[in-house]
Design a binder for this molecule. Sequence first.
Ligand code: NAP
Length: 271
Amino acid sequence: MAIYRANRQHGVAWITGGATGIGRQLALDLAAEGWTVAITSREQDRIEPVIDDARNLPGKILAFYCDVTDEAGMTATVGEIENQAGAIVLAVLNAGVYLPVHSENLTVETFRKTYDVNLFGVLNALVPLIERMRSRGRGQIVLMGSVAAYFGWPTLAAYGATKAALNNMAEALQYDLPKMNIRIQVVNPGFVDTPLAAKNKILMPALVPVEEASRRILKAIRSGGFETTFPRRFTWTIKFLSILPHRAVFSFINAVARWRGRPLMPGRFRD
Ligand SMILES: NC(=O)c1ccc[n+]([C@@H]2O[C@H](COP(=O)([O-])OP(=O)(O)OC[C@H]3O[C@@H](n4cnc5c(N)ncnc54)[C@H](OP(=O)(O)O)[C@@H]3O)[C@@H](O)[C@H]2O)c1
């Protein structure tokens, strides 16, 4: 039997981190297709303009407030969305943070904060979602990974580690979720032009506009494949190099990020 693909006649979509960047664009594009989309954010100021932007679209966007690191709050938010809007049949667990790591100034806190949002924040949504989707016998879940999952990049030690963990977790879960008619997918974009990428201090090759990223993600949702990555020429190069001796990919990334020869941070570095 084919695994479930989300249909807007069956319920609503939920996007975490839906007020900005990729999540915002995806919410507007799904609403343009007629979906009712619940978006979550921590800030009312950020979410209200998105609701305004969706006013003339065939679907609608509904706002909910939650910090993804709040386990009980996330379970309650899933309940609130379903009570107010209907069953969540499509969830895009997109909220994420990038905190740069400089090897000359490691802090445990940077890693802990990144894991809290990028890994445990996803789990805080996954647990209540899977319980509800399982009881209904259908659902589709998309996890937002990154090309940083394939291989370590300068400054992405914490961020990349969480994205690699997300990929591995999704691979492991996909053995059983289809038995509950739940489709799990991972999207691993290269660099996308968003507020998160703007914090990046490394050169970002093959930067993709957010509209293009959303288009690729919507295509992935429809096609249902386990993993989607884009822009392919760039991300497949990293993927291919990562099966060669480490030297090859270290050289490639050093070159494209223009990192070789970059001096260490003077003194203690603050994010
Ligand atoms: N941009 C890129 O180059 C790129 C590449 C690969 C993957 N990605 C991934 O794509 C996803 C979206 O990122 P983006 O580029 O669109 O950046 P963005 O505009 O900064 O979006 C990140 C979102 O995460 C939400 N968020 C962060 N911490 C949160 C928390 N504690 N609780 C709830 N929400 C939280 C933010 O929501 P509020 O601040 O409104 O609460 C924000 O809307 C991330 O997972 C990122 O890792 C991005």
